[in-house]
Write a protein that binds this ligand. Sequence first.
Ligand code: SIN
Length: 495
Amino acid sequence: MAQHLKTFLPQLKKSELFIEDAFIDGQWVKAKDGKTFEVYEPATEDVLGRVANCDRDDIKRAIETADLGQKKFYKSTTAAQRGVLLRKWYDAIMENEEDLATILCLENGKTLLEARGEITYAASYVLWFSEEAPRAYGETIPSSTPNTTVLTFKQPIGTCGIITPWNFPAAMITRKIAPAIAVGCSVVVKPPSETPFTALALTKLAVDVGIPPRTIQVVPTRDRTAATELATNPIIKKLSFTGSTGVGKMLTQLAAGTMKKVSMELGGNAPFIVFADADLDLAADAAMICKFRCSGQTCVCANRILAHKSVAAEFTKKLVARVAKLQLGAGMDKSTTIGPLVNKGGVDKVAAHITDAVSKGAKIEIGGKKPAGKGFFHEPTVLSGVTPEMLVANDETFGPLAPVFTFESEEEAVRLANATEFGLAGYFFSRDVGRVLRVARALEVGMVGVNTGKISEAALPFGGVKESGLGREGSMYGLAEYQVIKSVTIGNTDL
Ligand code: SIN
């Protein structure tokens, strides 16, 4: 057994879920030129696996195959049948939850508990869209022309390119694939090169339960230029991406060349506002979930904590007391409550934000260091005395750093919260119902959490405004991202 497989395989009940190949045209295959890339375990920096590194030709072949698959899939299934297929996939995911969580934990670094939570979260999108599949209603519209009926059909957009991030290796895949399959599309998925194994395992389960193989193609690659084929190939009619705003803009520009529909779930810089009338224990508990979930590597995590001047010291004390209880370590270790970051770049960014803030007058309340030794670890950190001139105010840290700013009025809090080009999520804590409605309206974001730090669920329309992107995933709106509305005008109905 290859050295790297010795880490992985013994930890799985079903070792066949660990796959290093691409999935093209219904076959598990190597890249055409045989090239692979290495995937590392963030907790140890050891090689976990070597995955097929698809080139442009591989990706083109996957797109052409997916297109053939889509036409057949849509013609040969009813919406209800597609719902049943998704339900079977959901059951398979839940039956294999422990193996999927192990794969996810090892390749991403998040704790096993968080990994299990993500598998359940990922499965919830599959269940949701298994139920939404038969509800893709069209309309009958009264026409202004006599003897005329206008109908709308909601049809699948066609073959879709899906590019997903490493921070949610399972949930970001299912949140995109499940609605696509529900309406009769096919997908070509480029999973993240840091965490491709969860995507490959999920695909195997999908195909094993009967989702036709040509409707899902998975093309791992580290070649970013080859991956842009998904944004330029005319066969692809829809591109869905979750990742950074910079890459999202580049992909949107490329997709415009063939007028593809795009969904872009991009970066955030979420404010987390603690008003003077907030329940401070509730706010501190929520900040722990919102800030430190997945070691701070979520697009919706609190990037800037804004606390009213009168409660900032007390709130910070409560937050620090909670952070002091976190146990940093490898995700598979039972005592660990916060894992490593995904790579060295992530650790360096946290360190750079701390150095910059401290050089401009911020104070480290707890944490602040990278521990010695192997693994991409950084101590969970709280900073006080943070101001808008600091890097952390404008740049998404994507790590376990909680910077506490202060404000003096509701107006100032809203102004500071909105002083960013991003607009994904925002949170605030208050017991004043008037303020709750005012501030929820005033925040320039796609999603608001009031008196909670946890908003993500399949029922939520997930997405941003401003430079945080376009489109909504999950919810009753998720299907529409993969559909086109066709209007049918039937004239002379008195014939
Ligand atoms: C993300 O970070 O991109 C997704 C977070 C979530 O779904 O909660």
